[in-house]
Design a protein around this ligand. Structure first.
Ligand code: NAD
Length: 474
């Protein structure tokens, strides 16, 4: 990736606060552009890993295609890591807040981490000696109106000449680096021209671009764009799971793939989200729709549609297990289940809100004897989540495996939960490693060659299709 800025004229010193799935790719891509980027985090182990420049260490925290190489390329030249925000701040003109904003139990957003980081930064900026204008920019997904809260925190600390802006992040995990290099839009919400101008200097490559929409608006509109965008995407997913899949499962001879092709040929209808699955996970969709429901409820607005979208998505995460009981007559009690795919989607090690978490809960609740778990990238995270039997003694029933083949050995049922490419065309391996009448539950429609399985005595239960019993007795 060539550096595009002339360092004497255009490059800025930028501080990124929070270096998780959003902050680290953002910092790496800003550094690629030639800015001097300081990426700060309160987690010293994370910062040490990033400072090493070693791919394996970086990927333990954020595993994204191209990320480790981008970090290594800029490290010590354009990209610096620190736990010391106060030491990184002098001379910086733009501060990006990339702090986690998890959900509270009632669906509202827990702003405690964000607020703590904002207060620390406000204290530092209040004490700075130079009078140069700086801007603090929210990249975190935060409730509509949080830019005003930030303004109050900064003013309360006595900051002068510090603007605020909202610049929501739209990256999709698994594609964070490419998505940051070539976003479809950049949205900047601010009140004052100098703050817009600083952001234009951050993103000169996206100005007047033929394909990238660079939108300048109010902070509240920018904050709303993030929520409306994410909830619309989840609406597409829930529509296909709640309508398309149901039709193909219930009515004989309705073919899911053809249904999808026929409907999405209409140029007014999105093809995105027209796949069916065992529900959408990840740290954003569920959290953001719950937060928007909460925010709208607070203003007395109806949220029926959003609530239905959320409920359909949650239901979908365990509904194939219920179907296995009711349609295939599979009793999970005292059985061994191979769980293939733990990350919430392919090409990430992130298990936040993953469908596999709900599946494990449901399977343990149904009395399975053993869950044999495998994921190409998420095994470390899985062990961290489930290794502690003090949390739930039933977690002792989960074992961790190095390959799909190993996980499938001796399984009574196989549950494909993530759309990893290596699970496509798994039929020959299933035949080699799991004995019929093993039930194959396909939460991602990965096995196109399922007739090979049913002919060999396996049951096949896909999302978006009816249960297919073995055609040959086992
Ligand atoms: N993950 C995504 O795909 C995605 C996409 C778009 C937007 N977002 C939003 O971006 C924000 C960040 O998400 P994420 O997935 O990167 O979260 P994350 O949990 O992966 O990273 C957050 C980081 O902030 C650090 N942190 C917390 N308090 C801090 C402080 N006081 N000072 C410095 N660092 C601090 C944490 O140690 C952690 O490394 C959230 O609001 C999220 O909703 C996430």
């Amino acid at each position: 990736m060539g550096r595009i800025l002339n360092e004497r004229t255009s490059a800025l010193k930028i501080v990124v606060v929070g270096t998780g799935f959003v902050g680290l790719p953002h910092a790496a891509v800003l550094a690629e552009q030639g800015h001097e980027v300081w990426a700060c985090d309160i987690d010293p182990a994370r910062i040490t890993a990033y400072q090493s420049g070693d791919a394996a260490q970086i990927e333990r925290y954020v595993n994204e295609p191209g990320l480790a190489a981008s970090v290594a390329e800029s490290l010590g030249r354009h990209l610096f890591f620190s736990t010391d925000l106060a030491a990184a701040a002098p001379g910086a003109e733009v501060f990006f807040m990339c702090i986690n904003t998890p959900p509270n139990r009632d669906g509202s957003t827990d702003l405690s981490y964000y607020r703590s980081a904002a207060e620390t930064l406000a204290g530092i900026l209040a004490g700075r000696a130079d009078g140069r204008r700086v801007v603090v920019v929210n990249k975190s997904t935060v409730p509509i109106g949080t830019a005003r809260l930030l303004e109050q925190i900064l003013e309360g600390a006595g900051c002068r000449g510090v603007g605020v802006a909202s610049n929501p992040e739209f990256l999709a995990q698994g594609n964070a680096i490419d998505g940051s290099r070539r976003p479809d839009r950049v949205v900047v919400g601010a009140d004052r021209e100098p703050d817009f101008e600083l952001l234009r200097r951050v993103y000169p490559q996206f100005q007047h671009h033929v394909r990238i929409r660079y939108l300048e608006t109010t902070p509240e509109t920018a904050e709303s764009i993030k929520y409306v965008g994410n909830t619309l995407l989840l609406t597409y997913i829930s529509f296909w799971n709640g309508v398309g899949a149901r039709i193909s499962e219930a009515l004989p001879n309705v073919r899911m793939e053809d249904l999808k092709l026929g409907v999405t040929a209409d140029s007014r209808i999105s093809t995105w989200g027209s796949y069916v699955s065992n529900g959408a996970g990840g740290s954003c969709f569920g959290k953001d729709i719950q937060s928007l429901i909460y925010q709208l409820n607070m203003t007395g607005q109806s949220t029926d549609l959003l609530q239905a979208v959320f409920n359909i998505n949650e239901y979908q995460k365990t509904y194939l297990i219920d179907r296995a009981v009711h349609e295939a007559g599979f009793g999970f009690n005292q059985t061994t289940v191979a769980l293939l795919g733990l990350a919430f989607k392919k090409r990430t090690n992130d298990m936040r809100d993953s469908a596999a978490l709900k599946a494990v809960e449901s399977l343990l609740g149904r009395g399975v004897r053993a869950i044999r778990a495998y994921d190409p990238l998420a095994m470390d995270e899985a062990r961290q989540r489930w290794f502690n039997p003090d949390q739930n003694h039933l977690f002792e029933r989960i074992s961790y495996h190095d390959s799909a083949e190993e996980a499938m050995e001796g399984a009574d049922a196989i549950f494909i939960s993530t759309d990893w490419e290596e699970f496509r065309g798994l039929a020959p391996l299933i035949r080699a490693y799991a004995k019929p009448p093993c039930l194959v539950i396909d939460g991602r429609r990965m096995i196109a060659d399922y007739p090979e399985l049913t002919a060999a005595g396996y049951g096949y239960l896909p999302v978006g299709g009816p249960y297919l019993p073995p055609t040959q007795p086992a």
